[in-house]
Design a protein around this ligand. Structure first.
Ligand SMILES: NC(=O)c1ccc[n+]([C@@H]2O[C@H](COP(=O)([O-])OP(=O)(O)OC[C@H]3O[C@@H](n4cnc5c(N)ncnc54)[C@H](OP(=O)(O)O)[C@@H]3O)[C@@H](O)[C@H]2O)c1
Length: 237
């Protein structure tokens, strides 16, 4: 039986491409999306048995039912790719970011991801080789942001950047908690990618932007856990 992967925010961008690449590798893909019409359309366009599942990262009270329905309809879950994310404060300096922007960003990028992961962990623990991939970013890296050679002019989007730093910490601590299980937990920086979020000036095309997620989702037993990677290379936290 093929392994089952849930990808959040899979109706477009890096999530949609990750779904396409995992389907090509023979995985069963659950296309997570908050908008039923967009999610169903994406699943239809992907074909190969891709199935839409409703996942709104801000609706954590629906996650227990989601876990039940995945178990009932698909028999389990092997891979969770926490791909859905928002960036709402591009260009806003830290001295001006509002509480509303901070809260809205954290609801999706941090609280939603942790709640969804917790709800699906019992299913992932039953898998022979559970894999959790958290999409974060090199602009959420304290190492990069504090290195004068890297990102030297980048001084905005503290809500987005700190939400990804928080998610990186979740990766590290969850990987430690699960180190005696079959589950690997890693963070992925996809690159700066030409999506609605990345914009047209981004240097990477979407097919390359999904490669890090696909690699971490399909890691062999001797692969890493508790790491932060871009294109199979480790990044500083
Ligand atoms: N693109 C880059 O350069 C880049 C760089 C570093 C990291 N990343 C990370 O990579 C991931 C994918 O980014 P992307 O570039 O593909 O972005 P994107 O094209 O903007 O797509 C984001 C996806 O997340 C979904 N989403 C947002 N809020 C949601 C919520 N509350 N519930 C469920 N789904 C939600 C969106 O759904 P809707 O269509 O309904 O809005 C969409 O499917 C994100 O976590 C992002 O932070 C991207």
């Amino acid at each position: 039986m093929s392994k089952i992967a849930l990808i959040t925010g899979a109706n477009k961008g890096i999530g949609l491409e990750t779904a396409k690449q995992l389907l090509a590798l023979g995985y069963t893909v659950l296309v997570g999306a908050r908008d039923a019409e967009k999610g169903s359309q994406a699943a239809t366009d992907l074909g190969n048995g891709a199935t839409f599942v409703h996942v709104d990262m801000t609706a954590s009270d629906s996650f227990a039912d989601l876990a039940k329905s995945i178990e009932a309809n698909h028999g389990g879950l092997d891979i969770l790719i926490n791909n859905a994310g928002v960036g709402l404060d591009w260009g806003v300096p830290p001295s001006e970011v509002s509480q509303d922007l901070l809260r809205e960003t954290y609801e999706t990028n941090v609280f939603g991801v942790i709640a969804l992961t917790q709800a699906l962990l019992p299913l992932l623990k039953k898998s022979e080789a559970g894999r959790i991939v958290n999409l974060t970013s090199n602009i959420g890296s304290l190492t990069n942001q504090s290195d004068s050679r890297e990102l030297k002019d980048y001084n905005a989007a503290v809500a987005y950047c700190s939400s990804k730093a928080a998610l990186n910490m979740f990766t590290v601590l969850l990987a430690k908690e699960l180190r005696s299980t079959n589950i690997k937990v890693n963070s992925a920086h996809p690159g700066w990618v030409q999506t609605d979020m990345g914009g047209e000036q981004a240097p990477m095309k979407i097919p390359d932007g999904a490669k890090t997620s696909v690699w971490l989702a399909t890691l062999p037993e001797d692969g890493p856990t508790g790491g932060f990677f871009h294109m199979q290379k480790p990044l500083g936290w």
